[in-house]
Design a protein around this ligand. Structure first.
Ligand code: ATP
Ligand code: MG
Length: 288
């Protein structure tokens, strides 16, 4: 089964991962670098001199209490917010101040803390919409269904089908999203982001509100995306067990400041982290 899926992925999914190559070969030091970023809203400091980086194929997690600045970090990466200070580098080049569509087209896709799908459209249609940033033909070519447009359309369909396969949502492909269970809607949203064939995927609380079974399924899909497609991810999540189990490195934010970054087990032992989480459950055990 695994072999079959892997073959299919190689056929249809253009993995653009540079993992395993040296900085000189790929032409940049880090895939994404957040450098001394500060962001404030009318005196409220959402982020204070936050720095971190994400490498090719890495699963990087950001955790922290409510209001710590996690979603704001995503908004600074994908161009929704423009930080007042610092810089955001994509493959060594600044993307600070660029428009969200331009940043998406560079290879950074995102899912949202609150599901943002077209509720009355089907699963297939919602995922296919994610392809538009990758489509190179004009609407005119598309309308005439000629040559390149036709080839592109077929390739698009194959990628969409691969994603439906990978996320195990075949049985719902023709269902309007609004009628689906919450856990499946979250998977569809992930599918739409994947349809952009990103090199970096920003996941904002992908298991929030899910039961244990749905959470375990999502964890498996996230690991499949990392391993089979070679896509780097930043995972924002309150479910500490999940983060400690699957992340390569974790950054902890508290009141807009970075208080620790490192491998999960190390971060979980950090006294500043334990203090920030006092009163909240930190499942240190699962990090060992
Ligand atoms: N558009 C905005 N206007 C004003 N303040 C904002 C805006 N966006 C974020 N903030 C403030 O910035 C701080 C960080 O918010 P952010 O949404 O990044 O937190 P978070 O870590 O994602 O929290 P949660 O875990 O609750 O999702 C909060 O104090 C929030 O009120
Ligand atoms: Mg948030």
């Amino acid at each position: 089964m695994a072999v079959v899926t892997e073959d299919r992925r190689k056929l249809h999914f253009e993995s653009r991962s540079q993992a395993g190559r040296t900085p000189a070969e790929r032409g940049y030091e880090h895939l994404l670098e957040f450098r001394d970023v500060s962001l404030s809203f009318k005196g409220v400091k959402a982020l204070s001199e936050v720095s971190f980086h994400v490498d090719d194929g890495e699963l990087f997690a950001i955790i922290g209490p409510n209001g710590a600045g996690k979603t704001s970090t995503f908004n600074c990466i994908n161009g929704v917010y423009r930080p007042q200070e610092g810089d955001v580098l994509w493959k060594g080049e600044s993307i600070r101040g660029e428009r969200p569509d331009d940043i998406a087209a560079k290879g950074i896709a995102r899912t949202f803390q609150n599901i943002e799908l077209f509720a009355h459209m089907t699963v297939l249609e919602n995922i296919a919409l994610g392809r538009h940033v990758r489509t190179r033909v004009s609407w005119w070519d598309g309308a005439l269904w000629w040559g390149r447009a036709k080839r592109e359309e077929l390739a698009n369909r194959r990628v969409v089908e691969d994603i439906i396969d990978l996320l195990e949502i075949e049985q719902w492909r023709q269902h309007p999203v609004a009628l689906l269970p919450y856990g499946i809607q979250k998977r569809v949203e992930l599918g739409r982001a994947l349809a952009m064939e990103p090199e970096l995927l920003l996941l904002d609380e992908p298991v929030a509100g899910m039961n244990l079974e749905e959470t375990e399924d999502m964890a498996r899909f996230i690991l499949d995306i990392q391993e089979e497609l070679g896509i780097a991810m930043i995972l924002v999540e309150h479910d500490m067990g999940l983060v400690m189990d699957i992340a390569d490195r974790v950054m902890v934010l508290d009141f807009g400041r970075e208080i620790a970054t490192g491998p999960p087990a190390e971060v979980a032992r950090n006294p500043d982290v334990i203090r920030a989480y006092l009163g909240e459950e930190l499942s240190v055990a699962s990090a060992e």
